[in-house]
Design a protein around this ligand. Structure first.
Ligand code: PEP
Ligand code: MG
Length: 883
């Protein structure tokens, strides 16, 4: 097998299409090299080696060493240097690079190859002693913490101590001799901590670093990141070894990162930061505040430090033209890293840039408008789940804001919550359902779980590409970074602001779009659904085959769903309508009645309320299909539970407590979800179904009189397992329809159909379709009954199942294609065979889940139905599934 792929001098053994083998970074380095862009030569050790490494107890394939030696020699020839050489030493960077980008999750070692001798050669060759010793101490520090597991803090302490003793403030005050002193102390520290001297042999250093990168694939933060992003552990990482180029070689050197468009807003403008006389990690680490790339950005930020455009105009021009080229080549916004060494530009990385949902939307729509991609490609460029972020509130510009600090607008959106200072507190409070804002000086990969649990993130240090900013944007969490005007005391758990002290638990609001930190809660605004959003949705609608309906029973939900583009109601759960105000009283009267006459009397009171609800829904839906489900839950759900509630209800209804208790007890069931519910109620008490059918039909007639557009109501019978059950209930519905037509003289069409939410119904769907005019897959109950897992109790153990790898995804969130999905397929096919024009839809939670929607498209369902806020997600996911 070929384990090592070289690149350099305009040639490469791999290309962008080798991402699985070379990792994202390696594949793109090869691609850039192939394009003739200035890339420091190097080689990539493949992800296959990583797999081999773990399959063989952390050993390497036999030929790997020889392959690496050959590749190293070739790199050396290309730059005219020799690894471990005493005159012109070749120094290396060793970086990880997985198939999917995992920013900051894995380890990197720079300046590898330095030792007590090569450092002297480097000093001579560069003509700069200070630079050489600075590089050496950086290397010892980085290598020791990454490869030898010596705590990073120990080195920082020595450095701080040295500066204090010398009376310096900045690292840049340190002279070559000062650094030599520090290096001696660093080496002593390593020997003391590890029991062995710092490795001097360059090839030992290299193999140590390679092993550390492969090992970092299984470190805790990489594992957490993979879990959060559904990245399989089996992919492995590649290792990229490259000739070092130096951004810290004085004031004509620099290093930086850039996005070819703004990753927060999507605006088409080069966007990034750099530091003069610095090395790669300094920018991302957020330790020094970086400078703007463009003059325009500098003016806008009000920075007094010159932009790259001003400082190095030729380099800047070359850089922008490379950025344009990369964007055109990859046909997507790029995130690049670069270094300028003594005036010469080098490209260190390019990849498709992570972006906010807002930016993804704008970039996709803009690129389609620019003709770079097609509208269908634009539709596929936006992650449906991310639309959630766009549908979330922003701060009302008219509201008064008590702004206590300002930082960088690192990740847009607004969030309110209680201040916490540690990730542990963030997770704990979030578990209690309390929204929190995580406040840190800066974040590190160890904070991932806390950041994930937080509504918003505030840091006092670091730029737009600091860890906090990058990760928050990826998560869609609002973030303000680098709020230097406030001081965080992590020990006391307080924030000192110009206008006073805030402590843990105090409520603040972040505006991630402006960088403002605001005391207390602020009025929020609903999002804008026109513009780019409207355009993309238009393209999505043109591309999709399935219809998207909503699950709604209140007028407010129905209206919201319409504004999000719902094309009808796929599930109106009528029971929700019985809980409000006076209705619950009539409902309880009905349940407490001991004969049919008593029940009919109570139902007569419910009829007008139910009818007016339906009239309103039909009005809002203006001729679009509306599926109304007959009463589903077990009746005891409507009865009071605690003693106090029982007393209250008896008082209000004027019934004896004994009677009520007796009735509550009589209705008690051991397994209510498998008990007296669904169509079983309609069979026991047909008068309930009759009242509901009457309300539906009378409402249809009334709504038609008002709007002129006649709805075709779809009456849905829940929890059917037998054709005979449906036959029984349908006969009642049909009889009521006849009555209403006779009474009103109006003619109307309607459909009677059923939920398919029991395995028996799915298996017998052919026979059920003789009666049912439509099927709606109730995948919540179908999942519950197929697995035999209670949907109300699953949370306690399904998480363990996921952690232990028994299941990959929660089947109540994403449809279990092999099991539940198989039943859906069987039922769809049988239903269609028996009744070719049968309407098929889904109304379980899965109707709003993108991967389940893909399954629905493949199964040929006619529509999906989901909660109002998920309608745009479903429209986009349905379109992507069609393309
Ligand atoms: C279902 O079971 O999938 C369904 C939509 O009905 P409910 O959630 O109301 O039981
Ligand atoms: Mg159900």
């Amino acid at each position: 097998a070929k384990w090592v792929y070289g690149f350099g001098d305009g040639k490469a053994e791999g290309s962008a299409s080798d991402r699985n083998l070379l990792g994202g970074k390696g594949a793109n380095l090869a691609e850039m090299c192939g394009l003739g862009l200035p890339v420091p030569p190097g080689f990539t050790i493949t992800t296959e080696v990583c797999k081999w490494f773990y399959d063989h107890g952390k050993a390497y394939p036999e030929t790997l060493e020889a392959d690496v030696d050959a590749a190293l020699a070739s790199v050396g020839r290309s730059v005219g240097r020799e690894f471990g050489g005493q005159e012109k030493p070749l120094l290396l960077s060793v970086r990880s690079g997985a198939r999917a980008s995992m920013p900051g999750m894995m380890d990197t070692v720079l300046n590898l190859g330095l030792n007590d001798e090569t450092v002297i050669a480097l000093a001579k060759d560069a003509g700069d002693e200070r630079f050489a010793y600075d590089s050496y101490r950086r290397f010892i520090q980085m290598y020791s913490s990454v490869v030898l597991d010596v705590d990073h803090e120990h080195f920082e302490e020595i450095l701080e101590d040295a500066k204090a003793t010398l009376g310096y403030e900045l690292d840049t005050d340190m002279t070559a001799a000062d650094w030599q002193g520090v290096i001696t102390r660093f080496k002593a520290l390593v020997e003391q901590e590890t029991g062995a001297p710092f490795p001097q042999e360059p090839s030992d250093q290299l193999w140590g670093a390679i092993g550390a990168v492969f090992s970092s694939w299984m470190n805790a933060r990489a594992i957490t990141y993979r879990q959060l992003h559904n990245i399989p552990a089996a992919w492995g990482t590649a290792v990229n070894v490259q000739a070092m180029v130096f951004g810290n070689l004085g004031n004509t050197s620099a290093t930086g990162v850039a996005f070819t468009r703004n990753p927060s807003t999507g605006e088409k403008r080069l966007y990034g930061e750099f530091l003069v006389n610095a090395q790669g990690e300094d920018v991302v680490a957020g330790i020094r505040t970086p400078q703007d790339l463009t003059e325009q950005a500098r003016i806008e930020s009000g920075s007094d430090k010159p932009s790259l455009e001003k400082l190095m105009p030729d380099t800047f021009r070359e850089f922008t033209s490379i950025c344009d080229r990369l964007e055109a080549h990859y046909r997507d916004m790029q995130d690049v890293e670069f270094t300028v060494e003594s005036g010469k530009l080098w490209m260190l990385q390019t990849r498709s840039g992570k972006r906010t949902a807002k930016a993804a939307l704008k970039i996709a729509v803009d690129m389609a408008a620019e003709g770079v991609i097609t509208p269908n490609e634009a539709v596929c460029r936006v992650d449906p789940a991310s639309l959630d972020q766009l549908l979330h509130p922003t701060i009302d510009p008219g509201s008064t804001r008590d702004v206590i600090a300002k930082g960088l607008p690192a990740s847009p959106g607004a969030a309110t919550g209680e201040i916490v200072f540690t990730s542990e507190d963030a997770v704990a409070k979030a578990k209690e359902g309390r929204p929190v804002i995580l406040v840190r000086i800066e974040t590190s990969p160890e904070d991932i779980h806390g950041m994930h649990a937080s509504e918003g993130i505030l840091t006092t240090r670091g730029g737009m590409t600091s860890h906090a900013a990058v990760v928050a944007r990826g998560m869609g969490t609002p973030c303000v970074s680098g709020a230097g005007g406030i001081r965080v005391d992590m020990k006391a758990e307080t924030i000192q602001t110009p206008s006073g002290l805030l402590k843990k638990g105090d409520v603040i609001t972040l505006d991630g779009s402006t960088g403002q930190v605001i005391r207390g809660k602020v009025t929020m605004l609903q999002p804008e659904l026109s513009g780019d959003f409207g355009k993309l949705m238009e393209w999505a609608d043109a591309a999709r085959r399935m219809k998207v309906r909503t699950n709604a029973e209140t007028p407010a939900d129905a209206k919201a769903a319409r504004s999000f583009g719902a094309e009808g109601i796929g599930l109106c759960r009528t029971e929700h309508m019985f809980f409000e105000g006076k209705r619950i009283v009539a409902m309880r009267e009905m349940i407490l009645a001991d004969n049919e006459a008593g029940r009919r009397e109570a139902l007569a009171k419910l009829l007008p309320m139910q009818r007016s609800d339906f009239v309103e829904l039909f009005d809002i839906m203006a001729g679009l299909p509306v599926t109304i489900r007959l009463l589903d839950p077990p009746l005891h759900e409507f009865l009071p539970k605690t003693d106090e509630e029982i007393a209250e209800v008896c008082e209000a209804m004027g019934v004896a407590e004994d009677l009520l208790r007796e009735r509550v007890e009589a209705l008690h069931e051991f397994n209510p979800m498998l008990g007296h519910r669904g169509c079983r109620l309609a069979i026991s008490y047909p008068e309930i179904a009759e009242m509901q059918a009457r309300a539906i039909f009378e409402a249809a007639v009334e709504a038609a009189g008002k709007a002129g557009e006649m709805v075709v109501p779809e009456v849905m019978v829940p929890l059917v397992g037998l054709k005979s059950e449906l036959d029984f209930v349908k006969a009642r519905i049909d009889a009521v329809a006849e009555e209403v037509m006779a009474e009103t003289g109006a003619r109307f069409d309607y459909l009677v159909g059923t939920m398919i939410e029991l395995p028996r119904a799915a298996i017998r769907a052919g026979s059920i379709a003789e009666t049912a005019e439509f099927f709606s897959f109730g995948t919540n109950d179908l999942t519950q009954t197929t697995f035999g897992i209670s949907r109300d109790d699953a949370a306690t153990f399904l998480q363990t199942y996921q952690q232990k790898g028994i299941i990959e995804q929660d089947p109540f969130v994403s449809i279990d294609i092999d099991g539940v999905g198989a039943l859906v397929e069987i039922a769809s096919k049988a239903g269609r065979d028996r009744r070719p024009d049968i309407k098929l839809g889904i109304c379980g939670e899965h109707g709003g889940d993108p991967s389940s929607i893909t399954f629905c498209e493949e199964t040929g369902l006619d529509y999906v139905s989901c909660s109002p806020f998920r309608v745009p997600i479903a429209r986009l996911a349905a379109a992507q599934a069609s393309i």
